[in-house]
Design a protein around this ligand. Structure first.
Ligand SMILES: Nc1ncnc2c1ncn2[C@@H]1O[C@H](COP(=O)(O)OP(=O)(O)OP(=O)(O)O)[C@@H](O)[C@H]1O
Length: 301
């Protein structure tokens, strides 16, 4: 499978801690990638580099095999949707829809009309006076109807109601199946969006902490929960990504898949073992320890 996006040892520093720190990753053509991580993890910075709106401090960014910065042949195939889009005074949705195809050679007016209707976007009121959710709806409409070979959606849901979010997902999946392209979507609404993703990239503090196909998420980490001592014993010598404790109960997220012996031992020790959900995985990688902690105290049976 061809890689549409490639980053090699990319660092981006703005003066403080690195926004991106030695990031190497690839995004295959024809995939919907969830870009996940805590506030400040580096998601927007990463998308800005891919969209050619910024340059790395060091390292190499390639989109369609070329440096995207100020590169028209790349940028004509990339659509970056973020919440800073501005519209001229007096512009209504009709004006926006009239202008949009000029910048989008693959523009699909039917998809635009369907989304405008499904997301109840007003067509006579100036866009400048739109609510936060209505502005998000316009940005989503422009991104999907443009059908760009690379579509970057940076937290597209701000203020968007639950019905509009569901319609957006329906149209995205349907149109993506009919017209495969590469979509990178960052969001904090993980449970709601995860069915869209065929790959996930989890970032924290500017680093890629996990980059895997969605089907590997259930075997990437597991959660042990139960009495603290038993949980600690079972977690000994394993890579613990995060720990939560309340009096009498401890829960740890552990890297990898649990083997049969561990599951049996846990059952006889009153400890529950479950696959970490994508949301738990993202939360675990964003937990406060800077590096995964390996518990190494006490024997492992
Ligand atoms: N232009 C800039 N100048 C200085 N610091 C910046 C700049 N852009 C980003 N940063 C810093 O880089 C880090 C990563 O920011 P980024 O916006 O990429 O995070 P994010 O993962 O998109 O976060 P969120 O989920 O909150 O949108 C943050 O610490 C941010 O303050």
């Amino acid at each position: 499978m061809t890689n549409v996006i490639e980053l090699q040892s990319v660092t981006r520093a703005f003066g403080g801690p690195r926004a991106l720190d030695d990031v190497t990753l690839t995004v295959p053509a024809g995939s919907i990638v969830g870009l996940l991580g805590r506030n400040g993890a580096g998601k927007t910075t990463l998308m800005s580099l891919i969209a050619g709106q910024d340059r790395p401090s060091s390292g190499r960014v390639a989109v369609f095999g070329q440096n995207p910065f100020e590169n028209e042949s790349v940028l004509s195939r990339v659509r970056f949707v973020r919440d800073n889009q501005r519209y001229p005074d007096g512009y209504t949705l009709r004006h926006v829809l009239r202008i949009a195809p000029t910048y989008a050679p693959n523009w699909d007016a039917d998809v635009a009309a369907e989304l405008a209707d499904a997301m109840r976007i007003p067509d006579k009121v100036p866009v400048k006076s739109f609510s936060r959710g209505q502005l998000s709806a316009v940005a989503i409409l422009l991104s999907l109807a443009a059908r760009a070979p690379v579509t970057l959606l940076d937290e597209p849901y701000l203020g968007l109601d639950v019905t509009a979010r569901a319609r957006f997902h329906d149209v995205l999946i349907r149109d993506y199946v009919a017209h495969p392209r590469t979509v990178v979507l960052s969001t904090h609404l993980i449970e709601e969006s995860e069915a869209l993703f065929d790959r996930v990239i989890i970032m924290d503090r500017g680093r890629v902490r996990a980059d895997l196909p969605s089907e590997q998420v259930p075997t990437h980490a597991f959660v042990l929960s139960g009495p603290g001592e038993a949980v600690d014993r079972l977690a000994t010598d394993r890579t613990v990504l995060s720990t939560h404790a309340v009096p009498g109960l401890k829960s740890v997220t552990v890297h990898g898949a649990p083997e049969v012996g561990l599951v049996a031992d846990a059952a006889s020790s009153g400890v529950q073992v479950s696959a970490a959900s994508l949301q738990e995985l993202v939360a675990a990688f964003g937990a406060d320890s800077r590096e995964p902690v390996t518990l190494a105290n006490g024997p492992r049976s």
